[in-house]
Design a protein around this ligand. Structure first.
Ligand code: GLN
Length: 482
C-alpha cells in the first residue's frame, strides 16, 4: 500500500523523512508516470516549497501536515504557477495571486508536486474534456478516471501523491474518487473558500480534499476549511477539527437509503458493492431505513440548466482582452471576441455556454431557469424531510464503474446521466463523500456515497473511517501503470 498522509506525517514528525525527500520522490513518480495526471510540473517551485516546509519544521513551527506532498487541481490560482483550468483559454496564464485554498495549504506547509489535470473549466465526468488530453485510470489504463477532478484522483490512486485537492460542482470530487478507489469529500457549500478557485457554477462549486483514507481527508480539510472575507458566500463559523469524531461508534446511526437508488438504474456489480458497504455499516451498529427523495428524479435536468446558466455568465470574462487566449488575426473588436472564444474554448464548454445563454434569455427564462430553481428548492426540501428520519444517506456514487475512454464522448446526454446520484447534493448545498466499498466489473473500484446534513462533515468522515477500520478496499493498490 502507498503511504497515507497520516503515516507520512508521523515519519516527518519523527525525523525519519524530510519534506525535501518526500517531494523529490513524488516528483520522480510524477515525471515517470504515463497517466497524464498532471498538466504542469515545476520542479524548482516544488523543491522550494519543500525546503520552506523543512525550514519551518526546523524552526519549531510545523503543523500536523507540514511537508506532505500533494497534487493541486489546476483550477486553484497559485501565484507563479501556470493555472489553466484544463483550458487552452488559460494555456499561458500564470496566476498573479493565491487562491485562499492555496494560501491555506502554504500556511499548513503542504508541498505542491504539480498541477492536476481536469476537465476544461471542471465541465465533465470523465476528464476527456481537458485541452491537455485525457487522464488514464491507474486500475485499467483503457478506462477513464472520472471527472472533472480526474488528475487528482488518478495521482492519489497511483500512489504518486498521498493527497490532492478537487472541486465538486455536480460530483467532481466524489465520482473520480469512486472510479479510482480513493476517498474524497465535498464539504457543505460555503465551508471552503471559493476565492481564487476558477469559477464554473458559483452557487454549486465547492473545493475539498481527496486522499486514500477518510482520516487523511479530515486532516486536509482542517487546513482547507474556514471563513474567508474575500468570498461573499463563505460561512462565518467557529473553526472545526474534522478529526474529532473519527473514532465515534456507529451504534444507532440511522442510514437512509433512498427508494430506487439501488434499483434498475444501477448496474448489478455496483449494487452488490454498495450493499456490502451497507451491510458493514449495519454490523458496526447502524440501522438501515428507507427514505424518499421524490424530486431527485428531476435533479439532473435542473442541474444541467442551472450549471450552464451560471457558467455562461462566469465565462463571459474570457474575452481575449485582459488575459487568456487572444486570436492572432481579427477584423474588429467583435471579431476578436468571437475568434478568441471560439479558439480558446473546447466543444463541451461552448455547448454549455450556448445552453446557458439560451435558458437565461428573456423568452425562455421562466420555462427553464426559473423552473430549475424551483426544482432546486424542492430537492433541498426532500433532503430536509429525509434528515428527520435518518442521520446520513447512503447509496451509489455513479451507476457503473469507470467506463472505457471514448465510450461516452459521442453522446453528451449519456455522460450527463452518469451524474444522477451526485448533482442533487450540490443543488441542496449538502456535504457528501465517496469511500471505497468494493470492486465491480473488470476489477474496478466502487465508492459508497454518504450524504450528510449541513455541516455534518465530521460525522461523514467518522462513518467512512469506521468502515475503513473493518474493510481493506481503500488499501488495495492498482496493478496498472503509475
Ligand atoms: N459532471 C458534472 C458536470 O459536468 C459535474 C462536474 C463538476 O462537479 N465539476 O457539470
Amino acid at each position: 500500500m502507498s503511504a497515507t498522509v497520516a503515516s507520512l506525517a508521523a515519519d516527518l514528525a519523527a525525523g525519519k523523512a524530510s519534506a525535501l525527500e518526500l517531494a523529490t520522490d513524488a516528483l520522480a513518480r510524477a515525471q515517470a508516470s504515463t497517466l497524464n495526471a498532471f498538466i504542469t510540473l515545476d520542479a524548482e517551485r516544488t523543491l522550494a516549497e519543500a525546503r520552506a516546509a523543512d525550514a519551518s519544521r526546523a524552526a519549531g513551527k510545523a503543523g500536523p501536515i507540514t511537508g506532505i506532498p500533494f497534487a493541486q487541481k489546476d483550477i486553484f490560482c497559485a501565484e507563479g504557477w501556470r493555472t489553466t483550468a484544463g483550458s487552452k483559454m488559460l494555456g499561458d496564464f500564470i496566476a498573479p495571486y493565491d487562491a485562499t485554498v492555496v494560501a491555506r495549504g502554504k500556511t499548513a506547509g503542504l508541498v505542491t508536486i504539480g498541477r492536476a489535470n481536469m476537465d476544461e473549466f471542471a465541465m465533465g465526468s470523465s476528464n476527456e474534456n481537458s485541452a491537455f488530453g485525457a487522464v488514464k485510470n491507474p486500475w485499467d489504463t483503457t478506462r477513464v478516471p472520472g471527472g472533472s477532478s480526474g488528475g487528482s484522483a488518478a495521482a492519489v490512486a497511483a500512489g504518486i501523491v498521498p493527497a490532492a485537492t478537487g472541486t465538486d460542482t455536480g460530483g467532481s470530487i466524489r465520482q473520480p474518487a469512486s472510479f479510482c478507489g480513493i476517498t474524497g469529500i465535498k464539504p457543505t457549500y460555503g465551508v471552503v473558500s471559493r476565492y481564487g478557485m476558477i469559477a464554473y457554477a458559483s452557487s454549486l462549486d465547492q473545493g475539498g480534499p481527496m486522499a486514500r483514507t477518510a482520516q487523511d481527508c479530515a486532516l486536509l480539510l482542517n487546513a482547507m476549511a474556514g471563513f474567508d472575507e474575500r468570498d461573499a458566500t463563505s460561512l462565518q463559523r467557529e473553526p472545526e477539527d474534522y478529526t474529532r469524531d473519527l473514532e465515534k461508534p456507529l451504534d444507532g446511526l440511522r442510514v437512509g437509503v433512498p427508494r430506487g437508488w439501488l434499483g434498475d438504474g444501477v448496474s448489478a456489480d455496483v449494487r452488490a458493492a454498495v450493499e456490502s458497504g451497507l451491510a458493514q455499516l449495519e454490523k458496526l451498529g447502524a440501522k438501515r431505513v428507507e427514505i424518499d427523495l421524490p424530486y431527485s428524479q428531476y435533479a439532473i435536468a435542473a442541474y444541467y440548466v442551472i450549471a450552464p446558466a451560471e457558467a455562461s455568465s462566469n465565462l463571459s470574462r474570457y474575452d481575449g482582452v485582459r488575459y487568456g487566449h487572444r486570436a492572432a488575426e481579427y477584423k474588429d473588436l467583435a471579431d476578436m471576441y468571437a475568434k478568441s472564444r471560439a479558439e480558446g474554448f473546447g466543444p463541451e464548454v461552448r455547448r454549455r455556454i450556448l445552453v446557458g445563454t439560451y435558458v437565461l434569455s428573456a423568452g425562455y427564462y421562466d420555462a427553464y431557469y426559473l423552473k430549475a430553481q424551483q426544482v432546486r428548492r424542492k430537492v433541498a426540501e426532500d433532503f430536509a424531510a429525509a434528515f428527520k428520519v435518518c442521520d446520513v444517506i447512503a447509496g451509489p456514487v455513479a451507476p457503473t464503474v469507470a467506463y472505457k475512454l471514448g465510450e461516452k464522448t459521442a453522446d453528451p446526454v449519456q455522460m450527463y446521466l452518469g451524474d444522477v446520484y451526485t448533482t442533487l447534493v450540490n443543488l441542496a448545498g449538502l456535504p457528501a463523500l465517496s469511500a471505497p466499498c468494493g470492486f465491480g466489473e473488470g476489477g474496478m473500484p466502487v465508492g459508497l456515497h454518504l450524504v450528510g446534513n449541513y455541516f455534518a462533515e465530521a460525522r461523514l468522515l467518522n462513518v467512512a473511517h469506521r468502515l475503513q477500520q473493518v474493510t481493506d478496499h481503500h488499501l488495495k493498490a492498482p496493478g496498472g501503470a503509475a
